[in-house]
Design a binder for this molecule. Structure first.
Ligand code: NI
Length: 141
């Protein structure tokens, strides 16, 4: 495992939509382990593959007692409730932006082994999941 350098605002990889994962292999599992370790090292809530220079639809998240990763995620919104509040990003260190998000989400995707998985998130975790999936679309806030 390795702690990877994080790409910062201005790097074109951050504004390029990431490609879907098509091969669930050892390289993908290594990417997920490195995302996990880098996220832990940075004490962050989420880290998307483009933030370490890899243009694939993968991210890791860590919210209090819930941690994991998703490959090729899609979002469902179970209700229209919204939240508004400050949001940070490891690629824009030290800055927080008031960002309106949905309050409740269900993120569906796959594990690095290719098994279907879904994560239901409310509040901060919902905000994190929306932020990370924005990264996969090349969107920063
Ligand atoms: Ni971010």
């Amino acid at each position: 495992m390795a702690v990877l350098p994080i790409r910062l605002f201005g790097d074109p990889v951050l504004t390029t939509p990431a490609e879907p994962v098509t091969t669930f292999d050892a390289e993908l599992r290594r990417l997920v382990r490195n995302l996990d370790q880098t996220l832990y090292d940075q004490r962050g809530s989420g880290l998307a593959a483009p933030q370490v220079g890899v243009g694939l639809r993968v991210f890791a998240f860590h919210d209090e007692d819930v941690a994991g990763h998703l490959v090729n995620p899609v979002l469902d919104f179970p209700d229209p409730e919204e939240q508004d509040g400050p949001e940070g990003c490891l690629s824009i260190p030290g800055f927080y932006f008031d960002t309106k998000r949905r309050m409740n989400v269900v993120a569906k995707g796959f594990t690095a082994d290719g098994d279907p998985v879904q994560v239901a998130g409310a509040g901060h975790l919902a905000r994190c999941l929306q932020h990370e999936i924005d990264h996969l679309d090349g969107v920063l806030f």
